[in-house]
Write a protein that binds this ligand. Structure first.
Ligand code: SIN
Length: 530
């Protein structure tokens, strides 16, 4: 079938007919990263903050664990840096890790200054443990830290008169002129609208919602990354998808995260025969790095021919569980499970995506005036595997860095009405639900070259000849999903080794000779042209 590439709104005539607004800064995405930017920008700047859905759909809102901050009496930033580098398996960008960890305590202060609380006891702030950490260092608010942070930040955003907040606003494409970003096109309440902006910040989150089983909602499907790719920004590390070991499936078929803090505080994993198996795979048992736990679980499911293994928290006591893990506890009760009584069936699910828009330490992408932060960005802090609870602090630390760069360097761009967008959009006939199942099967915890390449070929063949009915948010999302799936599959095929979250059954060993660099292959028009 002929590959048809169709421009969506680039012809100038079409743009001229659209409603438009002008801002100093447009921030796409209102999770922890986007709101950190918005609340740290100079209040003299006129800002648009756009959210695709309501606040409770964001990945921030769903984050249970907390933020890893090395403030404990026996802890130090050096220990936290060492843990992050160890779990990242040789691919972390060390300067980015240093920034993340050393600015963590300031990020915590920033959140506290916005009214966010964290659990305290008689000894001060409570620090819990998660996999891969050598010390207790996760600050949390019960088991709904993300929701609490998101609500506190949203309340502050609402007080800022320089910030216009748009809900249900979908990023269609990023606009460029002379290879510089100068705004974006969004769909708001069924209407396309041009937002002219001197600076655009992408904080749209990751793409784990592309997978059939994900702890995120389907809305986490990487729209900002796909738009940045079409605009010519370099995209990196797409193969690294982190699978959370312990995801429960609700009666309604929804995947629900069971926070790692449960294992951090003593819960075990049992196989179908009731055996505690993780110690057979790793000396740290249930608290081995997440990739190792996910692979251990998948292996046990294969050996026992089951779809699940079990989380056992029965020994932790109902009173404690119902208080400390109140959100998880009540969701499980609604689904007929009592943690003090029952084994809880779990299986891994796509949870966090490491790849995204390549940025420097100030969140600048390779496209002038386009920034990225949070899960949408590839800062290099996570390498091949993210250390648990490093991502909320990443959103704050790098979000604030983006704001600082804009505050320092801002000058109004001459925003001309004629926009010369270069982005291209490919329309696919792929069934997105099926793509999610295929990705989970082929690009999940265990991968094989043959299967990756066959799915990539299928995807490339399913290019639509006609775009017509696809021009809707649903159609745009489907295009984005397919473009990102292509990038992910290409990256996974290219990386002929096993490392961190990327495990190739046909290349079991880590290959330091060919792949021990931060970014081995980057995807983006600019990279392709160089
Ligand atoms: C969890 O609560 O297990 C998630 C924490 C994280 O992904 O960092």
């Amino acid at each position: 079938m002929m590959k048809k590439r169709s421009y969506i709104v680039s012809p100038k005539v079409q743009l001229n007919g659209l409603a438009s607004k002008t801002y100093d800064v447009v921030i796409v995405g209102a999770g922890i990263a986007g709101m950190s930017v918005a609340l740290s920008l100079n209040p003299k700047l006129k800002v648009a903050l756009m959210s695709k859905e309501e606040i409770d759909e964001s990945s921030t809102y769903k984050a249970q664990g907390g933020m890893a901050i090395s403030i404990g009496a026996n802890d130090s930033p050096e220990k936290h840096i060492a843990d992050t580098l160890h779990v990242g398996r040789g691919l972390c960008r060390q300067p980015a890790v240093e920034v993340l960890i050393r600015e963590g305590a300031k990020a915590l202060e920033f959140l506290e200054s916005l009214g966010t609380n964290f659990n305290h006891d008689e000894n001060g702030i409570c620090l819990s443990r998660e996999a891969g950490h050598s010390e207790n260092r996760i600050v949390h608010y019960y088991d709904y830290t993300g929701r609490h942070i998101a609500e506190s930040m949203a309340a502050k955003v609402a007080e800022r008169s320089n910030i216009d907040l748009f809900h249900h606003c979908f990023l269609v494409d990023i606009l460029t002129k002379d290879q510089q970003c100068n705004g974006c096109i969004v769909e708001n309440s069924g209407e396309l609208m041009v937002l002219h902006a001197s600076e655009v910040v992408i904080a749209t989150g990751g793409y784990s919602g592309l997978f059939a089983r994900s702890t995120n909602t389907m809305t986490a499907n990487g729209d900002g990354i796909a738009a940045a790719y079409r605009a010519g920004a370099v995209i990196a590390d797409m193969e690294f998808v982190q699978f959370h070991p312990t995801a429960f499936t609700t009666n309604a078929g929804k995947v629900f995260l069971l926070t790692e803090a449960l294992r951090g505080e003593g819960a075990y994993l049992l196989n179908d025969a009731g055996k505690r198996f993780m110690l057979d795979y790793h000396p740290s048992g249930e608290l081995a790095p997440r990739d190792e736990v996910a692979r251990g679980i998948v292996n046990e499911m294969k050996l026992n021919n089951t779809d699940v293994v079990y989380l056992d928290a029965r020994h932790m006591g109902g009173k404690y569980l119902a208080d400390r893990f109140r959100q998880v506890y009540s969701e499980l009760v609604q689904n007929g499970y009592h943690m003090e009584r029952d084994l809880i069936p779990i299986a891994p699910a796509a949870h966090y995506t490491i790849g995204g828009i390549l940025t420097d330490l100030l969140g600048k992408s390779t496209l002038l005036h386009l920034y990225a932060c949070g899960e949408a960005a590839s800062t290099g802090v996570h390498g091949a595997n993210r250390l648990a609870s490093n991502s909320l602090s990443e959103g704050v630390v790098f979000g604030r860095r983006v704001a600082h760069a804009i505050n320092t360097e801002f000058h109004k761009t001459d925003l001309v009405a004629v926009i010369d967008m270069e982005g291209e959009r490919v329309w696919y006939s792929t069934d997105i639900k099926k793509l999610g199942q295929d990705l989970a099967r082929v690009a999940g915890v265990l991968r094989k070259g043959e299967e990756l390449s066959s799915l990539l070929e299928t995807l490339k063949c399913e290019i639509e000849d006609e775009k017509n009915s696809m021009e809707s948010v649903q159609g745009y999302q489907a295009c984005n999903a397919c473009q990102l799936a292509e990038l992910l599959l290409e990256a996974a095929l290219f990386r002929r080794e096993s490392r961190g979250t990327h495990y190739r059954a046909d290349y079991l060993a880590r290959n330091d000779v060919d792949f021990n660099k931060h970014t081995v292959q980057q995807w983006g028009r600019r990279a392709a042209l160089q």
